[in-house]
Design a protein. Structure first.
Length: 195
């Protein structure tokens, strides 16, 4: 929030401190906490949109710093491998003899020494570089290399529409089954009570 307000040139950004947030969360009930969490997720999505509009680097919530860093390095290695491949194709098309590609070991060594924020910046640059490669490939009449999200390291496939519908049906079925069972038990109790 502070980054966005700074970009908008607003002087005063009032954000609650960590202690204040903890104190308010302690007093909340479970239902209120669930609502608060949903509200925070919505706010995070809205802030991501604002960051994109103001051309700021989008802040991602890391799971764990070491895992997140490792994932960034893996993604950068993946994109650098693709870049080398695409660059080679472009150079061959342009009839240039010397194609200089950096060895994987050298890339890994240089990436290990960088900070997490620098790695994020490099990943964004590498993704932008892929767009430039696509333009050059189109200009040279080469088939454009398609980067699939599923091949990217750390890709997690979300549930399909069918799976979502299936889980929703299962939940409804479970609730209905429980409701029918409780009704049967109530009827049985009343019958036995009359006898």
């Amino acid at each position: 929030m502070a980054r966005i307000e700074k970009r908008r040139k607003r002087k005063y950004v009032v954000t609650p401190t960590f202690e204040e947030t903890v104190n308010t969360l302690i007093r909340m009930k479970t239902e209120e906490l669930e609502g608060y969490l949903a509200e925070q997720k919505r706010a995070h999505r809205m802030l991501s949109r604002l960051e994109r509009r103001l051309r700021l680097r989008i802040y991602r919530i890391p799971e764990r710093s070491e895992i997140y860093r490792k994932l960034l390095i893996e993604r950068l290695l993946y994109y650098s491998k693709i870049s080398n491949l695409r660059l080679t194709r472009i150079q061959e098309q342009l009839k240039l003899e010397d194609v200089i590609t950096v060895a994987n070991k050298v890339i890994v060594k240089s990436l290990d020494g960088r900070t997490t924020t620098r790695l994020e910046e490099n990943l964004a640059e590498e993704k932008h570089r892929q767009k430039n490669f696509s333009r050059r490939e189109r200009r040279l009449g080469l088939p454009v290399y398609k980067i699939r999200k599923s091949e990217e390291p750390g890709y997690k496939k979300g549930p399909s529409m069918w799976e979502n519908a299936k889980t929703a049906c299962m939940e409804v079925h479970k609730k209905l089954y429980c409701a029918v069972k409780t009704l049967k038990n109530e009827v049985w109790k009343r019958k036995t009570a009359k006898i």
